[in-house]
Write a protein that binds this ligand. Structure first.
Ligand code: NAI
Ligand code: ENO
Length: 309
């Protein structure tokens, strides 16, 4: 058996991401003890049934007081409230991290509450699915996926190296980025695709001439891919939109301009313009496939609700 990387890990929030991390910790023996905390009694009970931790509490402060690593996995809009709740109970030298999809806002919400005697290192695993809750997590979610850390200036190198080792133990490749840059990159590669998916599925649902049963019956695989994204958790995506507002609006403005260009090419039957664009975008897809980044997260175990061994 390998030596655990941490003595005690506290998981605040035990949905898709928190429970996937919990399963990995147990599976790979990365901590001696795991304390699970979440707001609702019902989710906590389910986490206990799934044996995701060693101790369970609805008090985030109680969960963190002995923790060497605290991982906050809640919707980004709740980050500030969690930081305020745990601040007074954190152990000196503890590493506090998060997994939120936006970084500048999470830092702005959490940092003012956290004491100087802890190492706050924000993070974001670029891995997930459209499912949520403790049953949705699975071992392998983070394998061969990127995890981006957005450390603050003067972050302790040893603490950062320890957090890197943790994500690497989960199979991730770890990168570092400035929070503002992270938010712009993620706005185009993750947030916009979800917004477009919510929009197109909403548009199809609003059409008078095409019925819902037409949509369900004849949906081609392209539309079905959009419905998968548009089935993602409404709270999580509301929070992402509200907490990465500037970058998302900037990318949406660019997107709308480019869409108008495409619309014009179709209106004027400009086949060359259409062909050129479609050729350029196909090359991007091929680069992604060549880089081995085309596969969805492995499906095995996605609904494996068996208690963790
Ligand atoms: N779902 C995905 O594909 C990915 C999500 N993320 C980020 O990870 C975070 C968690 O997302 P999921 O695990 O998917 O969500 P989820 O909805 O599956 O789980 C959220 C958890 O947070 C708890 N929670 C909500 N508000 C809380 C509060 N105020 N205090 C304490 N606990 C609270 C819920 O009870 C639940 O346990 C979000 O910030 C999201 O942006 C990051 C990468 C991928
Ligand atoms: O399900 C998908 O395709 C995703 O894109 C999952 C995802 C959602 C949010 C993130 O911040 C990172 C990954």
């Amino acid at each position: 058996m390998t030596t655990p990387l941490f003595d005690t890990i506290a998981l605040i929030g035990i949905g898709l991401i928190g429970s996937s991390i919990a399963r990995e910790i147990r599976h790979k023996h990365l901590a001696r003890r795991v304390v699970v905390s979440t707001r609702s009694e019902e989710t906590l009970r389910r986490a206990a049934e799934l044996r995701l931790g060693d101790a369970y509490t609805t008090s985030a402060a109680e969960a963190v007081h002995e923790a060497d690593l605290v991982i906050v996995s809640v919707p980004v809009g709740a980050s500030g409230a969690v930081a305020a709740a745990i601040a007074g109970a954190l152990k000196p030298g503890a590493i506090v991290t998060d997994v939120g999809s936006t970084k500048a806002s999470v830092i702005a919400q959490m940092q003012p509450h956290l004491p100087a005697h802890v190492h706050f290192i924000p993070g974001h695993p670029i891995a997930g699915t459209e499912y949520s809750g403790p049953d949705a997590g699975f071992i392998g979610l983070f394998r061969s996926r990127w995890c981006i850390l957005t450390p603050l200036p003067d972050t302790d190198e040893a603490a950062k190296a320890q957090l890197r080792r943790f994500w690497e133990a989960l199979g991730s490749n770890v990168d570092e980025m400035d929070p503002g840059h992270h938010d712009k990159v993620l706005a185009i590669v993750s947030h916009l695709p979800h917004i477009i998916a919510y929009n197109i599925v909403g548009t199809a649902d609003d059409l008078e001439t095409v019925t819902e049963s037409d949509v369900i019956k004849y949906s081609a695989s392209g539309f079905r891919d959009f419905t998968r994204l548009a089935a993602s958790d409404p709270t999580m995506w509301r929070d992402i939109c509200l907490h990465n507002k500037e970058a998302i609006l900037e990318m949406l403005a660019r997107f709308s301009e480019d869409l108008a260009y495409l619309q014009r090419a179709i209106r004027w039957s400009d086949g060359d313009k259409l062909f050129d664009l479609f050729t350029r975008t196909r090359a991007i897809r091929r680069s992604i496939v060549e880089a081995g980044q085309d596969t969805a997260a492995p499906d095995f175990g996605r609904h494996a609700n068996d208690p963790v061994e």
